[in-house]
Design a protein around this ligand. Sequence first.
Ligand code: URP
Ligand code: ZN
Ligand code: ZN
Ligand code: ZN
Length: 483
Amino acid sequence: DDYDLVIRGGTVVSATQVFRADVAIRGETIAAIGDGLRAPKEIDAGGLLVMPGGVDTHCHLDQVEPGMGYGAENFFSGSQSALRGGTTSAISFVTQFKGEPIREVLAETLRRGRRSIIDYSFHQIITDPSDEVIAEIPAVVASGIRSLKVFLTYDGARLDDRQYLKVLAAARREGAMTVVHCENYDAIGWMTEQLLAAGLTAPKYHAWSRPKVVEREATYRAIALAELVDTPIQVFHVSCAEVAEEIARAKLRGLKVWGETCPQYFAISAADMARENFEGAKYMCSPAPRDVQDREGLWEMMRRGVLDVVSSDHSAFNFTGAFAKDMNGRDAPFRDIPNGVPGVGTRMPLLFSEGVVKGKIDLPTFVGLTATNPARIFGLEGRKGAIVPGADADIVLWDAAKTRTVTNADLHHAVDHTPYEGREVTGWPVVTLRRGEVVMRDGEVTGAEGSGAFLARGPYAIATPTGHLPNGFDASTATLATT
Ligand code: URP
Ligand code: ZN
Ligand code: ZN
Ligand code: ZN
């Protein structure tokens, strides 16, 4: 058999099994999995885990922020960090500016993606579902962007319930997945006013302004409205078990609802936001990190498959400068500090170290959360997220015993800090292959700038309705003008 490359003697991990096998690659794809496979080029994987390259389906790379420009992290810098951390594809975002059409920013964002080394796709953010913007969605989806992102909070981005319904209806018509940032906008706004009026302005009060119940309420509402329209959603960045319970209930009712969490919810806690000298700002993200006692429930929800995906939610805010945590000064009230933490390169190592090494999840669950499930939920099954014949040969060779101390310089992302500085992490990639090519070895990235491919995502079964509509009436097609 004319294979080009064989990965010999490793322990292959899938989302269901762990087994000893060689993996043969021909061109860019996996050709065979078996014993005694031979090729002119071989990589000795003895003592290593052989896992699917990570798929990070929530990763803000070179995304434009209205009023701020593009972030610190472009696709080239972000790719280097991703590959060093075992991730070979990512889904970033196309912004939509209020009152403006999508097509220009879509074209510019696609152009910026061409610097990528990892393979990449986008979610289309909708901040202003005017009839004109809704009318552009079929073209956006036809261009391969088969997911829409909405925010139920944030000034300038949040949708009210009626606007959210309008986006859900468009998603249903197009067979697109909708991903939702679930927090109650008015509850946060009111609570923030009360805290600031009481003089409680430090970063740690960010968490007080948006407790779990604010996230749980919006999650329930996001699910209920998706049920009304009958269209699938994924709830982004679930912070705790109480929120995940809403997803568990939805799954039990047969709804197409998926859940995502991120390392910041098991590796950062609310106490980190209380660090002195504005350091607490480095740990601010939304939803807010919860208490250390909340972690066990989050692991349980990952083990039960209620939370299907661990993404990074990598955000490109520096600690200091223009596009930065301190852009409004170091005594700015928490309300005026940008939310989000970097983490594209630490996502898989942190989940491995905190989850697998500490016995919270097993190896197949790790692969499911980091690669197989995100690929399936976002229409990349067959290409990404699994080591199976015919799939792209995106593979990470992982040393489960290697312990390293995280430093920002070592992550090679463009952001000037990491919330995980100084942390001991066990389990790191030693070789990363993207479509059959070794693009990272021992921390050195060799993949060429621009060699990443845009992943156009076509129709897929997960993103289709269940067929259960209240009264059988399909409101999504009755009229396109509702607001
Ligand atoms: O705080 C966060 N998560 N910032 C990034 C944007 C988002 O809400 O996902
Ligand atoms: Zn969000
Ligand atoms: Zn995000
Ligand atoms: Zn270095």
